[in-house]
Design a binder for this molecule. Structure first.
Ligand SMILES: *Cc1c(COP(=O)(O)O)cnc(C)c1O
Length: 962
């Protein structure tokens, strides 16, 4: 290449062309198809001029993968990894390498979507069912959900469940024991403030004297104490209160379960089952309760049902209680949860099995006993006589002890009066105990681990009283007793992965969910130990790498959104909504406007919007949409004016959930502002804004960003997510804080919305890498190409299916909705049939029946190449022809490939085939399918059967026998 310049050869923009699917030639062809002369022309036709950014974003040049990784490595190396004994709900753990590489680092697991299409998601549904079973066995409860966001929010959910379920309707009081982890108290207090519940924090034994609707206890306590809670629980229940116990999963391997003590709810974090601390998250919380409260359980539940062949098959149970559907009647606003991390924890239990877990738990406990015995020998006194893994040591000169520890590279818990806390974990070794002896008792302490151990073996320690030893069996199901060699485990993980369709197979065009590329270079830093091994409460000077990364990413997001401040704390989009609404509420309160409590929400809104509004005790008033899917301006004006005295805010999505850039958006903001309200702009559709417009420019006051949509964090099969919020300056003083580590001087004393100060910090490097490798120019290009891809699909399908909503010049934004209702009318073929038939063609269905029932919402994203779009279009067109055969009566209404979809190998290999179409058409309807066939592993699943016969634990082996 004699004529290339050096900078061309350096391939500075290389990542941009890797991230964006279509190349120059395909782009030109697609532009021709949609009838635009250039990308600029298309954007001009599509995005209203009045909201276009006047200048380019100031985000720097794109960097190559190698450059960006090297730069991030420098940032990461600013983190100092001390040995952590801080505890407080976060413990070091060995992620089994077979799980690390084959789950956490495997796109087959991390790029999957939430399992709304269960026929192509049986693998992760099985892993989640295992997670529920682990939860049930260890907590001793009847019913468990498939993960919540973190321990603090799970505790807050327990409080609201107590409010709903308690028969003590007179009381407005919720009691929290003072040995609950402090950050949990902080998160629960925030939630209580919003609902107007009164909170009393006191010694656990004081609960009996209170008249409460519910109480939260911790087991073992935050300073390590193990005690029998049976009598306290009974005392609260006697007065019709509900008792939640926050428990430590590892301790429950050895301890009598809270369920056996009578608890109504048991919750906690599954982090120490193989998930790195990661400076606070993401981790899966578990939540279990009594069968009687099943309709009040927050989050998703995986249940066993059967498919059309009568075989057992898994699905999300009671989906009609999904928060999307219940809107303002929802129990909670949880949507994205922590699926990937729950799966890791469940695999940890599968790999170790009951015996392996007992060995781990017993080893941790023995080390704690040895440490305690040695220190007592040396004259130390311990705060408690009973413990599992955490001891609290009274020290005369705490400062000196902490300094000696720091000098030895050790973090002890430092927030206790006159004492230090030492929490041991799975990674603790003899050398660690030696070192702890030296730090506390000085060089030449003369303590001998083997001698101390021998005494304990002979005499016992009494640190777990006999009545609190677990006697019930755990993990007796076959799945926990089968895969203990690495070969077996590897194959088990792979066998489940094979059942699931993820982005590494084909495009997942989930409208509103932006299933774009999760580039490998973005994912690599997530498992660097510099990011994984940091405790969220480590001293700030050890977390400089994280702090720099959070600051820089925050600055970039400020630039992208046009806001003034960012909070990284919310660990999902819905949590961002909650945090943003809290900021709005506190802002109004600060101005003497506490009576403002009405939240306007257009009828097209995502279900989390009204669900979040009810979490801050706002009244939802629905604003109509017109026939074009836009906000009905007359209705908005009337309602805003009528309610002006009490108007708190509007929650609006932009571009609208109908996939259109509403021309009136700035006017909508003005109207709400004129009547004293604030504008919450749901940022889930940022993929249609970045670089072209911004929420700040449009005129809104606060938004959440779904980093797990627009900014490349993978969906993980239904989580993790990060939902940072951006705010204009006037709302900044009301952003979340944290009571253990302050987040920012300007928000001091505000409540927390998540357990960790910076939420799910360990996946922020993904978004950091994305922005670094794309630069301002690349990000803008991505938005433009997302719009082109969507318009291309809309154009290609439009002669065959009606495209429901269009904006100016008949353009759609980054997604389009196709209407299947007329076809249903003429043929009886449902949107469900089309969705399942797409599986036969190797595709995941688009978003079904949101925001409009009977439709599909397609969002291809910029990452899909033209070839993949064409395959999808081909499938949709073939399906249209199939529908025509049902319409014309050529195929029977009940015996056709749509109605029977998806087709499985069991169908094709069945010696009987009694259909009016042949096997080839069933499974290989077009030639391209044959090259890369994906086989759903179960036939269509019977939803009604599953909900009528609710089974949310692992079925016994017999069920699987034919
Ligand atoms: C995804 C989404 C949300 C909720 O985000 P989660 O991370 O799932 O809580 C809210 N609004 C819209 C429009 C969304 O698409």
């Amino acid at each position: 290449m004699p004529h290339s310049t050096l900078s061309q050869l350096e391939q500075k923009q290389d990542f941009i062309r890797r991230h964006i699917g279509p190349g120059a030639e395909e782009t030109a062809q697609m532009l021709e198809t949609v009838g635009a002369s250039s990308l600029d022309d298309l954007i001009e036709q599509t995005v209203p001029a009045s909201i276009r950014l006047p200048q380019a974003m100031n985000l720097g040049q794109s960097q190559t993968e190698a450059e960006a990784l090297a730069a991030l490595k420098v940032v990461a190396s600013q983190n100092k990894i001390n040995r952590s004994y801080i505890g407080m709900g976060y413990y070091d753990t060995h992620t089994p390498n077979v799980i690390l590489r084959n789950v956490l680092e495997n796109p087959g697991w991390y790029t999957a979507y939430t399992p709304y299409q269960p026929e192509i998601a049986q693998g992760r549904l099985q892993a989640l069912l295992n997670f529920q079973q682990v939860t049930l066995d260890l907590t001793g409860m009847d019913l468990a959900s498939a993960s919540l966001l973190d321990e603090g929010t799970a505790a807050a959910e327990a409080m609201t469940l107590a409010r709903r379920m308690s028969k003590n309707k007179k009381s407005n009081l919720f009691f929290i024991a003072d040995d609950v982890h402090p950050q949990t108290i902080n998160v629960v207090e925030t939630r209580a403030e919003m609902f107007g519940f009164e909170i009393v924090v006191g010694k656990a034994e004081e609960v009996a004297a209170q008249d409460v609707f519910g109480a939260l206890l911790q087991y073992p306590g935050t300073t390590g104490e193990v005690r029998d809670l049976t009598d306290l629980i009974a005392a609260v229940q006697d007065k019709k209160g509900i008792v939640a116990v926050a428990a430590d999963l590892m301790s429950l391997v050895l301890l009598k379960s809270p369920g056996e003590m009578g608890a109504d709810v048991v919750l906690g974090s599954a982090q120490r089952f193989g998930v790195p601390m990661g400076y606070g998250g993401p981790h899966a919380a578990f939540f279990a309760t009594r069968d009687a409260y099943k309709r009040s359980l927050p989050g998703r539940i995986i249940g066993v049902s059967q498919d059309s062949r009568g075989k057992p098959a898994l699905r999300m149970a009671l989906q009609t209680r999904e928060q999307h559907i219940r809107r303002e009647k929802a129990n909670s606003n949880i949507c994205t949860a922590q699926v990937l991390l729950a799966n890791m924890a469940s695999f940890f239990a599968v790999y170790h099995g009951p015996e392996g877990l007992k060995t781990i738990a017993n080893r941790i406990h023995r080390f704690a006993d040895i440490l305690a015995a040695g220190l007592i020998t040396k004259g130390f006194s311990l705060r408690h006589n009973q413990w599992f893994d955490t001891i609290t040591v009274e020290v005369a000169d705490k400062k000196a002890v902490l300094e000696t520890a720091l000098a030895a590279g050790i973090n002890l818990r430092n927030d206790l009066d006159g004492a230090v806390g030492i929490a041991l974990d799975e990674t603790t070794t003899r050398a660690d105990i030696e070192q702890l002896f030296t730090v506390l008792a000085g060089e030449g302490h003369g303590l001998d681990i083997d001698k101390l151990d021998q005494q304990l073996v002979e005499n016992g320690s009494g640190s777990i009283p006999a009545e609190l030893n677990r006697t019930s069996a755990i993990l007796t199901h076959e799945v926990f007793n089968s895969y203990h060699s690495e070969t077996e485990m590897l194959r088990y993980i792979k066998s489940l992965e094979n059942k699931d369709l993820a982005l590494n197979h084909s495009m997942i065009s989930l409208g509103s969910c932006t299933m774009k590329l999760n580039a490998t270079a973005e994912m690599i830093p997530v498992t660097w130990p510099e990011f994984g091994k940091l405790h969220p409460f480590a001293p700030l000077d050890q977390a400089k790498g994280y702090q720099d990364l959070i600051k820089e990413l925050g600055d970039w997001l400020v630039e992208v959104t046009g806001y003034d401040n960012i909070s990284m704390q919310p660990n999902s989009g819905a949590q961002g909504e909650y945090a943003g609404l809290i900021a709005i509420r506190k802002y109004h309160e600060s101005r003497g406007d506490a009576h403002r409590n009405i939240c306007l929400i257009p009828s097209s809104a995502h279900g989390t919007n009204p669900a979040s509004a009810q979490m801050v005790d706002y009244k939802v008033v629905v604003v109509n949409c017109d026939k074009n899917g836009n906000v009905d301006m007359a209705d908005l004006k009337t309602k805003a004016a009528e309610m002006a005295d009490h108007l708190a805010c509007i929650m609006i999505t932009y571009p609208s959930t109908h996939g259109v850039y509403e021309e009136t958006i700035s006017e909508i903001c003005d109207i709400v502002h004129q009547h004293g309200g604030q504008v919450y702009l749901d940022g889930a559709n940022m993929n249609a804004q970045v670089g072209l417009t911004s929420p700040g420019l449009i005129g809104s006051d606060v938004s959440h960003l779904n980093l797990h949509k627009t900014f490349c964090i993978p969906h993980g099969g239904g989580g993790p997510g990060v939902g940072p919020i951006g705010v204009k300056a006037h709302l900044a003083p009301f952003l979340p804080d944290h009571n253990v580590l302050g987040v920012d001087a300007s928000t001091k004393g505000n409540g927390a919305v998540s357990s960790a100060p910076w939420g799910s910090a360990s996946i922020l490097p993904i978004s950091y890498m994305y922005i670094k490798m794309m630069g301002g120019e690349g990000l803008k290009k991505a938005t433009e190409m997302a719009i082109l891809n969507a318009n291309y699909i809309a154009k290609k399908l439009s002669g065959h299916y009606p495209v429901l909503y269009k904006g100016r010049n008949d353009r759609v934004a980054h997604e389009c909705i196709i209407d299947l209702r007329p076809l249903k009318e003429s043929s009886g073929v449902t949107e469900m049939d089309v969705a399942k038939r797409l599986n036969d063609y190797g595709f995941h269905a688009p978003t079904m029946s949101f925001p409009v029932a009977g439709t599909l919402m397609i969002e291809p994203t910029e990452s899909e190449a033209k070839a993949e779009l064409d395959r999808f279009i081909e499938a949709m067109l073939c399906i249209r022809e199939e529908i025509a055969k049902v319409e014309s009566g050529e195929w029977d209404a009940l015996d056709n490939p749509l109605h029977n979809a998806p087709h499985t190998l069991a169908d094709i290999c069945d010696s009987e085939w009694n259909h009016s179409y042949d096997r080839q058409l069933a499974a290989y309807p077009v030639a391209s399918v044959a090259k890369n066939k994906f086989w759903p592993t179960v036939n269509r699943i019977d939803d009604v059967y599953g909900d009528r016969n609710l089974i949310c634990s692992c079925p016994s082996v017999d069920t699987y026998r034919d």
